[in-house]
Design a protein around this ligand. Structure first.
Ligand SMILES: C[S@@+](CC[C@H](N)C(=O)[O-])C[C@H]1O[C@@H](n2cnc3c(N)ncnc32)[C@H](O)[C@@H]1O
Length: 355
């Protein structure tokens, strides 16, 4: 993938126009999805389609609004038209029904869209200048627990849609040799912890995260009646004086290290090394754009890096795996087993301290 220029000149010219009008095309697509234009076409008799007046009547939009949206949809190949009747295309069908597309779409609209206008400044200054569109924090993580809707819902749906799919496969591996005590670093809302506590009835869980986020995880586990086997460790791992608690045979980091810069990752891994007992395991679940089977997945991750630049913290990304592996090496870890494609897209790195 990405080792040659795959476009003809005509394709390149066409794609350049898609990009030139991308913000308008994006918003038009969102309106067509959310105001029922796509659904109105999906409901039409299969071969007949619907004309503009029928779509306007079905959606409550004006004839003018319906016409500009449907005409924009033609150029985007979201819909197609014959004899004045509009039909839903395959692309429209994915936009309407595919869960992953919906999650990615909402994340871009609710979390990234306005912030993206500050990408240039973010990259120049090495901080998430666009974050001010969501709240007054230095990094998104400081605001995660108080984020307003719909950004909050869309952020969590995006974060968890992807990791949730990999968790069952990781549990199968964990079941082969489960640790007595597992430390979940960057536990977020406690979803993984809950699954572990339910699946492994004697396992004790340590939860490490920023204090406000940790409170959310505790709430979830309390509600599920599972908090008697958990210990909270509030920590800001960017604080040079911070440390991770000892005594956990396996340290788990899922979609966590991509939240940090290269130097920060090496520093955090140093804290992991200091906390691990002899023979202790470090398991990392990450998404690497260069290890994807499909270009659409690689593309989504490459663009997600820009969210880290202008919204999250200004200095992290979804990594190219050789860059990431170099950081593990620098921190004194080696990868014992590497498994790609968990849940479709994730890579599990089972690591140990290098002898
Ligand atoms: C992308 S989420 C990971 C979610 C979860 N592990 C998963 O697999 O879905 C990153 C987590 O790291 C936490 N985090 C970010 N910066 C941190 C820091 N400096 N110290 C501790 N935790 C931090 C955030 O609060 C958030 O819960």
């Amino acid at each position: 993938m990405f080792d040659k220029d795959p476009l003809t000149a005509l394709e390149a010219m066409t794609r350049a126009q898609w990009l030139a009008f991308a913000p308008l095309a994006f918003q038009a697509t969102a309106v067509m999805r959310d105001r029922g234009v796509l659904a109105a076409l999906a409901d039409a008799a299969p071969t007949k389609g619907r004309d503009i007046d029928e779509v306007a009547a079905a959606t409550g939009l004006s004839v003018y609004a319906t016409r500009v949206l449907l005409e924009a949809g033609l150029g985007l190949h979201i819909v197609w038209r014959r004899d004045g009747f509009y039909h839903l295309g395959k692309l429209g069908r994915f936009l309407l029904d595919d869960e992953m597309t919906g999650v990615n779409f909402d994340f871009t609209r609710d979390v990234c869209y306005r912030a993206a206008a500050h990408l240039d400044a973010s990259l120049r200054e090495g901080r998430p200048v666009g974050l001010k569109e969501l709240g007054p924090w230095a990094t998104l993580y400081e605001g995660l627990s108080v984020l307003q809707e719909p950004a909050r819902r869309s952020w969590h749906a995006f974060d968890h849609f992807h990791s949730d799919q990999a968790f069952p496969a990781v549990h199968e591996r964990l079941a082969v040799d489960p640790p007595a005590r597992l430390l979940d670093v960057g536990c977020n809302n406690g979803k993984w912890a809950q699954l572990c506590l339910e699946r492994f009835p004697t396992m004790e869980l340590g939860l490490a995260d920023l204090p406000a986020q940790l409170e959310r995880a505790h709430e979830r586990l309390r509600d599920a009646g599972l908090d008697d086997r958990t210990t909270g460790h509030p920590v800001n791992l960017l604080d040079p004086a911070s440390a991770l608690p000892p005594g956990y045979g396996l340290i788990w980091m899922s979609q966590f290290l991509d939240c940090f810069s290269e130097e920060q990752i090496v520093s955090i891994l140093g804290k992991v090394r200091a906390a691990l007992p002899p023979g202790g395991r470090l398991w990392i679940l990450e998404l690497f754009w260069d290890r994807q089977r499909f270009e659409a997945a690689a593309f989504s991750l490459q663009q997600t890096s820009l969210y880290f630049s202008c919204v999250a913290n200004g200095n992290s990304q979804m990594y190219d795996s050789p860059v990431f592996f170099g950081l593990l090496e620098r921190a004194g870890f080696e990868i014992g087993t590497l498994t790609d494609g968990l849940g479709g897209f994730h890579t599990l790195l089972e690591c140990r301290v290098r002898a």
